[in-house]
Ligand binder design. Structure first.
Ligand code: MSP
Length: 638
């Protein structure tokens, strides 16, 4: 079977972090697993290099966008090479063949009537490279995905007729594994059912992007980064050939057509589960078999950020603890789709208990026992007769593991492999082969060793996609090969074998204490300093909330009546409905920026701004500012 496996292609605005390593390692494990099974796999990773975000990051670093892209793209590639990531193609959206593909796609969609010209005005988040409708913004201006301030952009734009594909998308969502985890699928379905707007797919406000195909003669426009980036999944497969599109699935396109699998983070699901299939439908191409979205990583329970200096650098972790140890931790720590936390303590615990004890010690014991009892030879002839129960139990876990990996659930996959190891470890404790030998039951002792060796061999074969070097060491010590033939023998056919072992070093070493320095907060960026006269321009007053209610049609806004000691109370709107119940605020004193020019929000006038502080309790949260003890309404804050 042919398969395509893709990681997201990563933005080149900054160096790789744990989130990038996580997705790439999941993809690498899947690619290695299916190759081992005998499939013809094509694995793509790469970098996403166009757009305003990259243009801005380059300017900050005094570089041209292409120089910045070259530098960071090379860092991603070098990292994956040092991690021995088995990608077949590293795509860059600045590759000439990719740019040609995007132009050909654009021209095709335009000719078929799915692209038309119009005008767009909306709130744009540069960080997410995405527009958001006003009613989704936090406080009327902040991005609902990343919390950063959006800017209003008005530009002439070409649109893609996304709305046309609503019905077909809903039909696609009916296929079982198209979106994983399944819970996420409902979010997507609800989003599509709430009505799709056509998508603005060109920009005129900056120039760092792919220009439109010549037939349109539109030098001002560049292609929207997401339309550009998503086709990086197909440009390396030869979607475009000599200026025309290969829609018949010839050559490497067959990998996508037979089984396209995209592994992504949850934040970019909408682009992959709505826009991407709609683009494919427009071209008449098949849809992916699976779009699987994983959760996000925090560090020591905190969101990672540059200012906290706590962004987990994969290179640093691998240098301190080892690549395979890091791979194991990432794949094992969280069930697919859930958020995870990185801490050195948790990593060390997994290394010591699971890799050293459960896995490493089992190999040492097998080598030790086989050397003592049978000159390194392990005879499996009595195994089936004596240990059918254990073999059957292991085979059930193996079958479950195979189902789990088919849904990208690496953590459950590894858990099942560990259950197989535990059957072997428990058998040593239960039968005590050394006691059997003492009592003259040599056959019995050999059968236990054969059980352990066969279970470890099965586990090592299944483990090899996740921990290739470790599995190769186990196989070398036990004298077998990790290849498709042995996958069929040990896993598909559930058979056993004799082995000849040899002496070996410990697979893993215990870690006594943390090996990386704790994060150091970076200098806060210097904000512009102001004079006291500037502050004096702000009239901040204390007032009492007389009334407070939710605004109909908004999940974020509360409408207040606040007594500021004036002749009439003020009506003020505030986007804090997510953090407070309206009723709990009545009677409370709040601080209000009183001389703010009135503004209309959702058709209602807001006469001031209620002040709040940002907190980050696992997400963006707002806490209202008040006074320590009651004061007169209208009291000046300053
Ligand atoms: N360039 C787009 C993807 C285009 S694919 C056609 C992009 N790039 S990214 O570099 O910002 O992010 C790549 C991936 O990293 C996303 O899947 C995102 O979910 C993931 N992560 C970013 N931060 C993360 C964590 N803290 N934890 C886990 N993954 C996170 O989006």
């Amino acid at each position: 079977m042919k398969r395509l496996i893709t990681s997201p292609i990563y933005y080149v605005n900054d160096i790789p972090h744990i989130g990038h390593a996580y997705t790439t390692i999941i993809c690498d494990t899947l690619a290695r697993f299916y190759r081992l099974k005998g499939d013809d796999v094509f694995f793509i990773t790469g970098t996403d290099e166009h757009g305003q975000k990259i243009e801005g990051a380059a300017a900050k670093n005094n570089l041209k966008p292409k120089q910045m892209s070259d530098k960071i793209s090379a860092e991603f590639r070098a990292l994956w090479d040092s991690f021995d990531i088995s990608y077949d193609h590293f795509v860059r959206t600045t590759d000439e063949s990719h740019e040609r593909t995007v132009k050909a796609v654009f021209a095709r969609m335009y000719e078929s009537g799915d692209i038309y010209k119009g005008e767009y005005e909306g709130n744009y988040c540069v960080s997410c490279e995405s527009y958001f409708p006003a009613n989704q913004l936090i406080d009327g201006e902040f991005c609902p995905d990343c919390g950063k301030k959006t800017s209003i952009i008005k530009e002439e734009s070409y649109f893609f007729a996304l709305s046309k594909y609503e019905k077909k998308l809903l039909e696609w969502y009916e296929s079982d594994k198209c979106i994983l985890p399944r819970g996420k699928k409902n979010e997507v379905i609800n989003f599509v059912k709430s009505g799709l707007k056509d998508l603005s797919i060109t920009r005129t406000s900056f120039s760092w992007g792919i220009s439109l195909p010549g037939i349109l003669n539109e030098p001002k426009h560049v292609v929207y980064v997401w339309l550009d980036a998503l086709f990086a999944y197909l440009s390396p497969l030869g979607l475009e050939q000599n200026g025309t599109l290969n829609l018949a699935g010839q050559g490497n396109m067959a990998h996508f057509n037979e089984c396209g699998v995209h592994i992504i983070g949850k934040d970019i699901l909408r682009f992959h589960a709505v826009f991407w299939p709609a683009f494919l439908l427009s071209l008449g191409l098949p849809l992916p078999k699976m779009v699987a979205a994983h959760g996000w990583w925090t560090r020591d329970g905190q969101k990672m950020s540059k200012s906290k200096g706590n962004i987990v650098n994969p290179k640093e972790v691998a240098a301190a603890y080892g690549i395979e140890q890091f791979r194991y931790f990432l794949l094992r720590e969280v069930p697919f789709g859930q958020d995870g936390d990185f801490s050195q303590r948790a990593l060390i615990d997994r290394i010591n208990s699971e890799l050293c004890n459960d896995l490493g010690n089992l190999l040492s014991r097998i080598v030790g026992m086989s050397s003592k009892y049978s000159e390194y030879k392990i005879d499996a002839s009595k195994l089936e007769a004596k240990h059918k129960e254990e073999l059957d139990a292991a085979s059930e876990h193996i079958n479950t593991a195979l189902k789990e990996i088919d849904e990208a659930n690496m953590s459950r996959y590894l858990e099942e492999i560990w259950r197989v190891l535990n059957i072997a470890n428990a058998a040593v404790a239960k039968y005590e082969p050394w006691t059997l030998v003492k009592n003259g039951d040599i056959d019995g002792a050999n059968a236990v060793v054969a059980l352990c060796a066969n279970l470890l061999a099965k586990a090592a074969i299944l483990l090899s996609p996740a921990l290739p070097k470790t599995a190769a060491k186990i196989a070398d010590t036990m004298g077998f090969e990790i290849n498709t033939e042995n996958f069929t023998h040990f896993i598909t056919q559930n058979s056993t074998k004799d082995f000849t072992t040899k002496a070996c070093d410990a697979l893993f070493n215990k870690v006594e204490s943390e090996l990386m320095m704790p994060p150091v907060p970076q200098n806060e960026p210097q904000s512009e300093q102001i004079k006291i006269d500037d502050f004096a321009k702000c009239e901040i007053k204390v007032g009492t909330v007389l009334e407070c209610e939710n605004v109909e049609g908004s999940s974020k806004l509360l409408k207040f009546k606040v007594d500021l000691g004036e002749s009439a109370p003020r009506q003020i709107l505030s986007g804090i409905a997510k953090f407070y119940n309206a009723s709990e605020l009545v009677g409370k004193q709040v601080c209000v920026l009183a001389n703010l020019k009135p503004a209309k929000i959702m058709g209602l006038e807001s006469q001031g701004m209620i002040l709040s502080a940002e907190s980050e309790d696992g997400g963006r949260k707002l806490v209202l500012l008040g006074t320590h003890s009651p004061v007169k309404n209208g009291a000046i804050v300053g």
